[in-house]
Design a protein around this ligand. Structure first.
Ligand SMILES: N[C@@H](CCC(=O)N[C@@H](CS)C(=O)NCC(=O)O)C(=O)O
Length: 222
């Protein structure tokens, strides 16, 4: 794929291989053909709490993106920035208003109503109070609740991908979340046949494959 930017002013992505939020941005950068430098923030070791990283993102989460003097965090904001800065390369949003709104809705179900339950800080806090089984069942309930809503939302819109036959924003949020449910939380996906089908479709796309946790330079660095 031709690169949008050249070597001199490479974007800096602060990421961690297991972060589903950074995974969204990695897919977006790949789709747009933007080269970037990968900076690993080891969440398990606590790199997100260092003063250096907190200067970049005061809330202490990945991803963060540095593009010259622009410093951004939050996957949604980063993806919208990339979309506006590089509109000519693989649009992340459809032009049709309703389809665009469905993309926002699906992306936000993942980022606001599912992912926060599985955040490292949240899970650490909970596991001090309840058993591992109780924690996993609490997490499974919240992921399942979101997945059931997504199945309903997308059933009238999906084609090959979440909102038709083109990859859009919703897919960038869905792929990492479904990956995490299957690979890390062992969720029974038989109840979500549409999401399972999308997972298969994503696994065929190079931009998605390249963004997968196991293909990151810091994979299993703990
Ligand atoms: N809304 C933010 C959420 C970012 C977020 O929760 N990042 C997680 C990884 S996916 C994190 O850095 N967690 C660190 C921690 O819990 O200490 C986004 O979409 O970027």
């Amino acid at each position: 794929m031709a690169s949008v930017n050249d070597g001199n002013n490479k974007l800096q992505l602060y990421s961690y291989w297991m972060s589903s939020c950074a995974y969204r941005v990695r897919i977006g950068l790949n789709l747009k053909g933007i080269e970037y430098e990968y900076n690993s923030i080891n969440l398990v070791k606590g790199d997100q709490h260092t003063p250096e990283f907190r200067k970049l993102n005061p809330i202490g989460y990945v991803p963060a993106l540095v593009d010259g003097d622009v410093v951004l965090s939050d996957s949604f904001a980063i993806l919208m920035y990339l979309e506006e800065k590089y509109p000519q390369h693989h649009p992340l949003l459809p032009s049709e208003v309703k389809k665009k709104a469905i993309n926002y809705q699906a992306a936000n179900i993942v980022s606001s109503s599912i992912q926060p339950h599985q955040n490292l800080g949240v899970l650490k806090y909970i596991q001090e109070k309840i058993s591992l089984d109780a924690k996993l069942s609490w997490l499974g309930f919240h992921i399942g609740n979101g997945f059931a809503a997504l199945e309903k939302l997308l059933k009238d819109h999906a084609g090959k991908y979440a909102t038709g036959d083109e990859v859009y924003l919703a897919d960038l949020f869905l792929a990492p979340q479904i990956y995490a449910a299957i690979n890390w939380y062992n969720l029974d996906m038989t109840k979500y046949p549409l999401l399972l089908r999308l997972h298969e479709a994503y696994s065929q796309l190079p931009a998605f494959q390249n963004a997968m946790p196991e293909n990151q330079p810091d994979c299993r660095s703990t």
